[in-house]
Write a protein that binds this ligand. Structure first.
Ligand code: FMN
Length: 251
């Protein structure tokens, strides 16, 4: 691409930084929700961001079930608690003790919960792009989740994804038809604060992996190749900058 073309398509520096800021400062929020309601305008913007996600064959397989009623939230929370007790038993020793202390949802405290779903039949039996890998509709719905998550962060709202459920319980409580798959149960609201680091990282559960070890060249597992050392050095710098919320240097 020549410089003139780049100049036409490149975001202004502040706008570009804002995109990266949303990405790097997004957190999964569980315990910092405030009860303040989310204004309809804000909810409309973040749902619109979700609806503008890419989707295979332009299927747009998502729907959004908004849950604000305390009684419905209580039923969802009970379904979480049952699954979470089972989950605890799947870990052993020290991990089980750490797990026991983790708060893994904010269902009741957050003012709005949203279930993002995937309608596997939204665009008929044969979908362009989904002819061979059927799960592409699921991947598309997940793109909507991420759009919503980042848009919410830019609005100052926290989002927490709760996945510790029996899918059948979620479907039963919210009345989902058979063909509708629950993709993401999200808790949304204003927050007292955002943590700098993922909570699981801070709790010593897992570190963030070094990106330069996850990039291969031409073949799976091949960690070196033409220009690899130079790129890996820049990757390390970029990861370090992202982790500390510093801006990327403009080259
Ligand atoms: C598919 C998916 C499911 C998740 N399920 C849960 C969950 O059930 N409970 C929870 O506390 N966090 C859940 N998370 C959040 C992750 O734990 C979190 O994204 C990860 O620890 C990194 O932290 P960060 O999102 O703050 O960067 C989920 C995230 C994803 C993408």
């Amino acid at each position: 691409m020549n410089n003139a073309a780049q100049a036409n398509h490149h975001f202004a520096d502040d706008a570009r930084d804002a995109v990266y800021q949303a990405i790097f400062s997004r957190r999964d929020v569980r315990g910092q929700f405030l009860p303040d309601p989310i204004p309809d305008e804000v909810l409309a913007r973040i749902l619109t961001a979700a609806h503008f996600a890419p989707s295979v064959g332009y299927m747009q397989p998502w729907s959004f079930v908004l849950i604000r009623d305390a009684a419905v939230k209580q039923r969802i929370h009970a379904a979480f608690a049952e699954a979470n007790a089972e989950a605890l038993q799947m870990f052993e020793g020290e991990k089980r003790e750490i797990y026991r202390e983790l708060k893994l949802e904010g269902i009741v405290e957050s003012p709005v919960n949203i279930l993002i779903t995937c309608d596997r039949d939204r665009a008929g039996p044969v979908v362009i792009g989904r002819t061979h890998i059927k799960a592409m509709d699921i991947y598309s719905a997940v793109c909507a989740v991420q759009n919503l998550w980042l848009a919410a962060r830019s609005e100052g709202l926290g989002v927490g994804w709760v996945s510790i459920f029996h899918q059948a319980a979620l479907k039963e409580i919210l009345g989902l038809p058979e063909r509708i798959i629950p993709i993401a149960y999200l808790c949304l609201g204003q927050v007292s604060h955002f943590y700098d680091k993922p909570e699981l990282e801070a709790a010593g559960w897992r570190p963030r992996l070094p990106l330069d070890e996850l990039v291969y060249f031409e073949q799976w597992g091949q960690n070196d190749g033409e220009g690899s050392e130079a790129l890996k050095a820049v990757l390390r710098e970029a990861q370090d900058a992202a982790a500390t919320h510093r801006r990327f240097a403009i080259k």
